[in-house]
Write a protein that binds this ligand. Structure first.
Ligand code: PGA
Length: 260
């Protein structure tokens, strides 16, 4: 998925979390969104959006949605005797085009850095486009959080072969900005993106590092979305609440499509 994207096509990813309550509502949502996209005055990409949805919806939405449908997490276990989790090959066979890994809400439920490194390695080995989420809980004046973010990226990718980086996307999501009322500023995003690319370059060299798409997430709205693309140094957005309403998600998709 990410491989086929040009750097000029913003990657707009919705994170539905545990919404909506039923498959029926989910189907109505994507049908309505697709209708709006089809009628858009702005020229949109053929697949104009990505939606990380509850796993159970993936095979159904994949059949009707004109966007890419993906998962919000994977298991770091191999095929076998582990209860209650889906592994990357199962998600792919059910229709997932991508997955998130390391979202702060998954980390908060006990995901360790070792879990994350295994999940990322298995997901990329399966060639499932992987959006690795990283973000600081708080900021300090000395900028130590930048070193911690770089270390997080290096550790999460420590088991991955260089050739698989083409399936990787990184989402910068400051934890303090998720689910709140204040986003980071585009300037703050820009500074972190440089640090993230530095970490990638230390693993695979600058040429590969430059090609990895980086997203910003955390209180993205229809008012600030385009600014992140223009000034925040990112190639796309990871959007929680604003992707859970058809109208706001469509507005973000169409506003961002005019960003070249
Ligand atoms: P938010 O969530 O846009 O509602 O802040 C972002 C996320 O959790 O990915």
């Amino acid at each position: 998925m990410a491989k086929s994207l040009s750097r000029t096509a913003p990657l707009i990813v919705g994170n539905w979390k545990t919404t909506p309550a039923t498959l029926d509502e989910a189907m109505k949502f994507v049908k309505s969104l697709d209708k709006k996209c089809a009628a858009s005055k702005v020229k949109l990409a053929k697949k104009a959006y990505y939606l990380a949805v509850p796993d159970i919806f993936i095979p159904h939405l994949k059949e009707v949605a004109q966007g890419y449908i993906g998962s919000q997490n994977v298991s770091g276990s191999e095929l076998g005797q582990v209860t209650g989790v889906a592994i990357p090959s199962q998600l792919i066979s059910g229709g997932a085009a991508f997955t998130l890994i390391g979202h702060s809400e998954v980390r908060a439920r006990g995901e360790t850095k070792e879990d994350r490194a295994r999940k990322v390695a298995l997901s990329l080995q399966a060639k499932l486009t992987t959006i690795l989420c990283v973000g600081e809980h708080t900021r300090d004046k000395e900028g130590k959080y930048l070193a911690l973010l770089e270390e997080d990226v290096r550790h999460s990718l420590s088991l991955v072969e260089k050739s698989l980086f083409e399936h990787l996307v990184i989402a910068y999501e400051p934890v303090w900005a998720i689910g709140g009322t204040t986003s980071a500023t585009p300037h703050e995003s820009f500074e972190v993106v440089i640090a993230l690319r530095r970490a990638l370059a230390s693993l695979v060299g600058i040429d590969y590092a430059k090609k990895v798409h980086v997203l910003y997430g955390g209180t993205v709205t229809e008012d600030n979305a385009k600014q992140f693309l223009e000034e925040g140094g990112v190639d796309g957005l990871l959007i929680g609440r604003a992707s859970q309403q058809v109208d706001t998600f469509y507005k973000i998709i169409s506003t961002c499509a005019t960003h070249a």
